[in-house]
Design a binder for this molecule. Structure first.
Ligand SMILES: *[C@@H]1O[C@H](CO)[C@@H](O)[C@H](O)[C@H]1NC(C)=O
Ligand SMILES: *[C@@H]1O[C@H](CO)[C@@H](O)[C@H](O)[C@H]1NC(C)=O
Ligand SMILES: *[C@@H]1O[C@H](CO)[C@@H](O)[C@H](O)[C@H]1NC(C)=O
Length: 337
């Protein structure tokens, strides 16, 4: 075997040791940097992994795909130290060494966690039973809106986080043409080509709503529902998107389940808008799609029963929704426990 081939085999062997968190692109905070190398064009994460393996202090690294800069770090790092690339610009490939993660650091399996009592949940070494968007926000309030690994009801899952208001977890995303069933309304995932959940497609983890609610000691939890209001006649155009996209916010006490089908009168706040007359108040904020009174779940929810637009899962009967989303088209629901 030539020396070159031997080195390649060794490099490949070493590189298989480096772990990555699928979808987590970014850099660790600069105080953890050990050294940095400019690699030649064509270099891969394997080459950067090889350099990390040669430095006894190296526990993780980032390879910038654009600049070919390979940066080694002195810790595995976790969400607290991680400057994550925005979802629109993934260029920093981040990897870490196995069996080297302290509490709060990234992991792929329990054996990566070196602190006794820790388990790998939501790809973080922790003793917590649940990891949600709020937990991640509380660890690092500069994390961007993105999909994150979470851990809910004993399952590792990829969830979508809206970080701007303190870490909200997406529960449901519905689009106009969706047909929902009694089963799928609480558990439906469409997948991207890479096999990961498409949280911008048809999506529901409503089954997890009460688990998320109960994972915090707080007496209340917060929900916001966003919707695009279509015209009464069911048209769907740029004007609806521009003027008729609204969110309502409400804060139920913990004894209220999002999975209930009974309309509740709760105070709500409406995001201010140019075209809506509605103001904050008390309204019915039930989750009408959860009613299961035996009638089929309809795909329209505007006043023209023949129109396919405005589809939200709901059963027959009056539209029971807070005003800004009276005739909802696209709808999404977020929860913060
Ligand atoms: C990590 O730990 C696991 C379980 O103890 C072991 O099977 C595995 O070989 C270790 N990996 C490395 C690279 O040391
Ligand atoms: C959701 O549905 C999938 C199959 O589509 C199933 O594997 C999973 O167990 C379900 N989850 C829950 C909480 O029911
Ligand atoms: C639907 O309503 C919009 C405004 O509300 C109106 O401009 C449009 O002409 C209506 N379309 C039909 C087919 O009635």
């Amino acid at each position: 075997m030539s020396l070159r081939r031997l080195l390649l085999v060794l490099a490949a062997h070493i590189a298989t040791g480096c772990l990555n968190n699928q979808l987590y692109f970014g850099r660790l905070t600069s105080s953890l940097e050990l050294e940095s190398f400019s690699l030649r064009d064509g270099s891969t994460a394997c080459n950067c992994c090889g350099l990390c393996s040669q430095n006894a202090a190296c526990l993780s690294f980032t390879l910038d795909k654009n600049s070919r800069q390979c940066t080694l770090y002195s810790a595995v790092g976790g969400p607290a130290e991680f400057n994550r690339d925005s979802q629109w610009n993934h260029h920093n490939q981040f990897f870490f060494m196995p069996n080297s993660s302290r509490t709060g650091e990234f992991c792929r399996s329990d054996s990566d966690c070196v602190t006794p009592g820790d388990a790998c949940r939501g790809r973080i070494c922790t003793t917590d039973q649940t990891i949600t968007c709020r937990d991640l926000y509380q660890i690092n309030n500069e994390l961007p809106n993105h999909r994150y690994w979470a851990y809910i009801a004993g399952k590792e899952m990829l969830v979508k986080c809206s970080m701007s208001r303190g870490g909200y977890t997406l529960l449901l995303n519905a689009s106009p043409s969706a047909r929902w069933t009694v089963q799928s309304r609480v558990n439906l995932t469409s997948y991207k080509e890479d096999g990961t959940p498409d949280t911008d497609g048809l999506y529901s983890i409503l089954w997890a709503a009460d688990h998320i609610r109960d994972s915090s000691p707080d007496a209340t939890y917060s929900v916001f529902v966003g919707g695009t209001r279509v015209d009464d006649n069911g048209s769907d155009n740029w004007r609806d998107w521009t003027f008729n996209h609204r969110r309502i916010f409400f804060t139920p006490t913990k004894d209220v389940s999002l999975l209930g089908g009974v309309p509740l009168s709760l105070p709500y706040t409406v995001e201010h808008s140019e075209s809506f007359q509605y103001s904050d108040g008390i309204g019915q904020v039930s989750f009408p799609y959860l009613q299961d009174n035996g009638s089929p779940i309809l795909m329209h929810s505007n006043t023209n029963a023949a129109s396919p637009f405005g589809g939200l899962i709901r059963t027959g009967g009056p539209i029971r929704w807070s005003p800004p989303a009276d005739y909802p088209d696209d709808v999404y629901i977020y929860i913060r426990e």
